[in-house]
Unconditional design. Structure first.
Length: 403
């Protein structure tokens, strides 16, 4: 299979996605490259390996050149306005920047929302498998997890609306919605979201919509912000997002929350700022630069990721016919069903030991994730090919059992 272009060029700038230096990657100090030993290739945490977008790098360098690391504004107009501009330009969603608050990360917003809009013992509906911090937030705050598993269709994962209706009778107060969905990569369609919105209105749920992967949607699919469906949906929705996934800056810790009503915003802010915390100056600067000046880089990155997505789908279909995989409609994550191979003690542990590749353990994504693993393909084609070759060799070892 042909490799992608070594260098993508947009608006006069060159973006390197393929020529990644493994030694430089291993010199990074974040958890992706430090969690495991030097013989392990990390394909677990949802972080890409690419160099920064030039606009993001410039914004950080300019701040450092000014020694501009003083206390940042608590409610920076530039960041809130950049979010509103982006939502209008990308999704046709008109946002009032006065209803935007700044957070350190999306997970922080999930915790605060659950704390403010439910009581200990209340139910929180989660569509599993799902990003593990959803599950952790519900349990650690003493709420009751109400799982509504997605259903595996022929080509994609589907919302179980009947199951969601049943969940409505379990005392739920909050619905955590992950769209685009992690780990399955689904981009829920307007009709699906409207059905969810109808149930939320009927049962008076507050909807906490994690839309952090909205900028990473592949051709043929369109992201619809949940709060954009109708005023009735917006007034019960808190939308959480960040530039951290699409522009690969999670270490700068900057996210935003949009509130569909003043009542939601007031209640969220009733938790004192000293507990909620804030965001650093570099995170603010980088996010504004990403959203206002980084689109050329993002377009090129998404084209590279689309090539990797197709590469994974072909590889799995050709080499592992017993492994079920629905190509993601968004994200840089492949959700792989290894249940037919009975890999013991789990696919994650099997591949870590035998292939020295670190995937994400499917069991961490909720009950339906048993026997699954998540593969991060946000890297060069060369490194991705090496990861897949290692996994394949481990599956073909004589006497490994389970196949």
């Amino acid at each position: 299979m042909a490799a992608p272009e070594q260098r993508a060029t947009q608006a006069g700038e060159a973006f390197e996605f393929e020529r990644l230096d493994l030694a430089k990657l291993r010199a990074r100090r974040g958890e992706k490259w430090r969690q495991y030993g030097p013989d392990v290739l990390p394909a677990w945490v949802a972080e890409m390996d690419f160099p920064l977008a030039p606009a993001v790098r410039r914004s950080v360098e300019e701040a450092l050149a000014l020694d501009d690391l003083g206390y940042p504004l608590e409610r920076p107009d530039a960041l809130r306005e950049a979010f509103a501009e982006r939502m209008q330009a990308r999704f046709g969603w008109r946002v009032d920047s006065a209803r935007v608050e700044v957070l350190a990360e999306v997970v922080q917003g999930i915790y605060v929302a659950i704390d403010r809009f439910s009581e200990p013992g209340d139910g929180v509906v989660v569509q599993t498998p799902v990003y593990p911090p959803f599950l952790g937030a519900v349990r650690r705050l003493g709420r009751r997890l109400v799982e509504n598993p997605l259903v595996a269709g022929d080509a994609r994962w589907e919302v179980d609306l009947d199951g969601l209706r049943r969940a409505a009778h379990e005392g739920a107060r909050v619905l955590l919605l992950c769209n685009p969905h992690n780990p399955t990569g689904r981009v829920f369609e307007r009709g699906e979201l409207e059905a969810i919105a109808q149930l939320a209105a009927q049962h008076d749920w507050v909807v906490v919509a994690d839309e952090i992967h909205a900028d990473l949607v592949y051709p043929g699919r369109t992201h619809v912000p949940f709060a954009s469906l109708a005023p009735e949906a917006a007034e019960r929705t808190i939308t959480l997002t960040s530039a951290s996934k699409a522009f690969n800056v999670p270490g700068l810790r900057c996210a935003v929350a949009h509130f569909g009503s003043e009542a939601l915003q007031r209640r969220f802010l009733s938790l004192p700022h000293g507990i909620r915390g804030g965001v650093g100056a570099l995170g603010q600067a980088a996010t504004v630069a990403a959203w206002r000046e980084g689109q050329d880089w993002l377009d090129a990155a998404l084209a590279h990721l689309d090539g990797n997505r197709r590469f994974v789908a072909r590889f799995v279909a050709e080499r592992w016919p017993e492994v079920r995989h629905c190509a993601p409609e968004s994200t840089f994550l492949a959700w792989l069903d290894f249940r037919a191979l009975a890999l013991a003690p789990s696919p994650y542990a099997f591949f870590l030991e035998r292939a020295r590749v670190a995937l994400s353990d499917g069991a961490r994504f909720g009950t339906p994730g048993q026997g699954f693993a998540r593969l991060n393909f946000g890297t060069s084609r060369a490194l991705l090919g090496e990861m897949l070759a290692r996994l394949d060799a481990a599956l073909r070892e004589p006497g490994r059992g389970g196949r």
